[in-house]
Design a binder for this molecule. Structure first.
Ligand code: AMP
Ligand code: GLY
Length: 414
């Protein structure tokens, strides 16, 4: 099959590796990276329209959306693919609004009685202050794509005022509204479902580590690591998640005629009142994908292609029962800044783990850093302990000046 994957990060490197392992395929990627180029041919394009033209001219048989921005760019990647007759594993623009607009997602959840925190959509600082009503902590969310930076959990008025200033006064994320949301407490879990019309398949649950520092301290990042296992969530909780969240969401997508096809990511908080949705994303998680992919067995390429055609075939996949731990190596200065050009050594010494590249580039025959999160080292094991030990041992073999790595990835419960 001729398959094109859209994106350039560690998630796409993991997806491409798994798609490639699932059969004899011709792989392409846009925009891709130097590391991805070792598995797939990079395709240049000037925007989604141009990309879909290229796919049509080159008889691409499946487009897999890794990164979300393309789904809502222009007419939408999946919408354009549909017009061109190319199966696309990723939702049309209307469905991708679940991620692109938090107000849209809230209204969807309210309409379909899906448990989530209460929220009010506000158009001004005054309205937001009145919605907060001096209740702290409060959660403020910019109503649009903000590369993971549009959410602030504010412990007091000063923190809330700072974020309100960024949203309304300086329009840091663009012009848009703001959600004032109820603060929820409990462990977080990421659930991924492959959705195609009214069918779905739940993948292995995962958890990511968002903050830069040990013990979950310091500023938020794109993700410093992840752990994935079927055993991460007990049987009863997973059944509740499926009944109260996954099923009504899939039914809601059908009822609203959103024609959803692709991965759907449920960011959940396991509160005392049961699991609640904190966000939907219309794609796989990063770095959860890097942890989950090694656990997926079977023909992923055919699974995505059939799903994209509206014929989900869960029987094509199986999930390893063990554990998978993904340790991220970030560059000097991350997350405030990131340093590029540092020489990476030790990659060839990693024997018992997969290495996915997120922010690297090839300088001659040498790999150098090229972004905030540089690499993800992923190892598996029958037990959590085995996967944790192996992932950290293998990650320690890879070094570059200023490298940052959390040593509690996979270990810490929260
Ligand atoms: P989001 O971008 O919506 O996933 O939010 C980023 C992070 O903010 C989440 O992973 C949570 O840790 C936190 N968060 C979001 N919504 C809430 C909420 N209602 N209550 C408490 N924490 C939240
Ligand atoms: N791991 C968080 C995300 O992909 O949004």
């Amino acid at each position: 099959m001729k398959i094109l994957v859209v994106g350039k990060g560690g998630r796409e490197h993991a997806l491409i590796r798994s798609l490639g392992d699932s059969g004899e395929h011709d792989l392409f990627c846009h925009p891709g990276s130097d590391a991805i180029a070792e598995l797939a041919t990079r395709v240049e394009a000037d925007g989604v329209e141009d990309l879909v033209e290229w796919m049509k001219a080159n008889a691409i048989e499946l487009c897999v959306a890794g990164e979300e921005s393309y789904l809502v760019a222009g007419e939408g990647l999946a919408n354009l693919c549909e017009k061109a007759g190319i199966p696309c594993w990723g939702p049309p623009k209307e469905g991708a609004m679940l991620e692109a607009s938090k107000a849209f997602a809230k209204e969807f959840m309210k309409r379909h009685e899906i448990p989530t925190g209460g929220a009010r959509v506000c158009d001004s600082i005054d309205e937001a202050r009145s919605a907060i009503a001096d209740r702290y902590p409060t959660v403020l969310k910019y109503d649009g794509l903000a590369a993971g930076k549009g959410v602030a959990v504010c412990g007091d008025e000063e923190a809330a005022d700072e974020f309100l200033g960024e949203v309304f006064a300086s329009a840091k994320f663009g012009t848009g509204r703001l959600l004032v949301e109820e603060y929820l407490e409990g462990p977080e879990v990421s659930i991924f479902a492959a959705v195609s019309g009214d069918d779905y398949l739940i993948f292995t649950p995962a958890r990511d580590y968002k903050r830069i520092g040990e013990g979950d301290a310091g500023p938020n990042t794109g993700g410093m690591g992840a752990v994935a296992s079927r055993q991460l969530v007990d049987e009863a909780t997973l059944a509740t998640i499926e009944e109260t969240i996954v099923k009504p969401t899939v039914a809601g997508l059908v009822a609203d005629e959103l024609n959803y096809r692709g991965f759907l990511y449920f960011g959940l908080m396991l509160t005392e009142d049961g699991p609640k949705v904190i966000e939907y994303n219309c794609r796989f998680g990063d770095p959860e994908c890097q942890a989950v992919m090694p656990l997926v067995k079977g023909d992923l390429a055919t699974f995505c292609a059939e799903g994209a055609r509206g014929q989900l075939q869960p029987g094509l996949l199986e999930f390893d029962e063990g554990w998978s731990v993904c340790v991220v190596l970030a560059s000097a200065g991350y997350p405030e800044t990131s340093r590029s050009g540092d020489v990476i050594s030790g990659l060839e010494d990693v024997k018992d783990a997969r290495v996915y590249h997120a922010g690297t580039k090839k300088d001659g025959i040498t790999w150098v850093t090229n972004g905030g999160r540089v690499l993800a080292v992923v190892a598996g094991g029958a037990s959590r302990e085995e996967a944790v030990t192996k992932a950290h041992q293998e990650a320690a073999k890879v070094t570059f000046p200023g490298s940052q790595r959390r040593s509690d990835i996979g270990i810490m419960h929260f």
